[in-house]
Design a protein around this ligand. Structure first.
Ligand code: BEZ
Ligand code: FE
Length: 285
């Protein structure tokens, strides 16, 4: 230990932890220390830079509340959340994408063909498709849990006086794995940028806009649930979403609905536009 220097310190710190041999925790911790020390040596970090980094994390903690998690936002804007989503997408399954901060696990049920928008202003959009397994078999009874921003880019949960359960619902797929409902076409919105993460975005000359999207968690018995998002072709910020959520495979085509068009299912509200997306789930395990 007396011989410790800027190169031997990394092994010394790792050895100081009495972690279980071969455990995942040991692997995670030691790899983290390796990379953190390598980074610090590589950039030749000054005291001011080190303190600046710590104060940034302190500010993230200070502004965080149960409703506002600045560390998740930080993870989002540096692409960490997207990277974890990518690593954990199973081959053959629909790609994963951001959960975001506005999910509620107790959303109300929405009947098949129901209108999620409940009379809100904007373009009425039909969202429909089939939930399948990776062999193409439909998954009857799959749960399509969805939430989204409104036609002006706001989540009702963010607004004082609005019902936090608005624009969210759980739909049960029919016997053929089909799901269908109408909603309002969401608009792009900004991630919160009035805190330290906003400062980081401004320092890097970055905007805070997310491309318009619908959020989904899809579940079915014995299948691995997926958390993902659906985006729309040729819409704003599709190529530079602030949290790197867009994947080519998650971009749906938005098509106008013709006056005479009929649908093979009953809808509570006649749509102005439609998009189709089939979800694919991989088996559990
Ligand atoms: C969202 O998609 O709802 C979201 C994602 C990251 C940060 C803020 C909002
Ligand atoms: Fe969102």
């Amino acid at each position: 230990m007396a011989q410790i220097n800027q190169f031997t310190i990394t092994e010394a710190v790792k050895e100081s932890f009495q972690t279980e041999e071969g455990s995942r925790f040991k692997f995670l911790l030691e790899t983290f220390i390796d990379h953190l020390h390598d980074y610090t040596r590589e950039v030749n970090m000054t005291h001011d830079e080190w303190m600046g980094m710590l104060m940034f994390l302190y500010d993230c903690g200070k502004i965080s509340t149960p409703e506002r998690h600045e560390f998740i936002l930080l993870s989002d804007v540096v692409g960490l959340s997207a990277l974890v989503d990518m690593i954990n997408t199973r081959g053959g399954a629909t790609e994963g994408s951001n959960l975001g901060p506005f999910y509620l696990d107790d959303a109300p049920e929405l009947e098949l063909g129901g209108d999620l928008a409940r009379g809100r202003d904007g373009t009425t959009l039909l969202v429909h498709g089939i939930v399948r397994d990776s062999l193409g078999n439909p998954l009857p009874g799959a749960i399509v849990d969805t939430w989204q921003a409104d036609g002006s880019g706001t989540y009702p949960i963010q607004e004082h006086g609005q019902d936090k359960y608005d624009l969210r619902g759980k739909i049960t797929a029919d016997g053929e794995g089909r799901y269908y409902y109408t909603t309002v076409l969401p608009k792009p919105y900004t991630v919160p940028y009035d805190g330290p993460v906003g400062r980081l975005l401004r320092a890097g000359n970055r905007h805070a806009w997310r491309a318009a999207h619908l959020h989904f968690i899809i579940r079915a018995e014995k299948m691995r649930a997926i958390t993902t998002e659906l985006f729309f072709e040729n819409t704003e910020y599709i190529d530079n979403d602030a949290v790197f959520g867009v994947r080519k495979s998650l971009i749906a085509k938005l098509e106008p609905v013709k006056k005479s068009e009929e649908f093979p299912f009953a809808l509570e509200k006649r749509p102005d536009a439609k998009c189709r997306f089939d979800f694919v789930l991989a088996p559990e395990g």
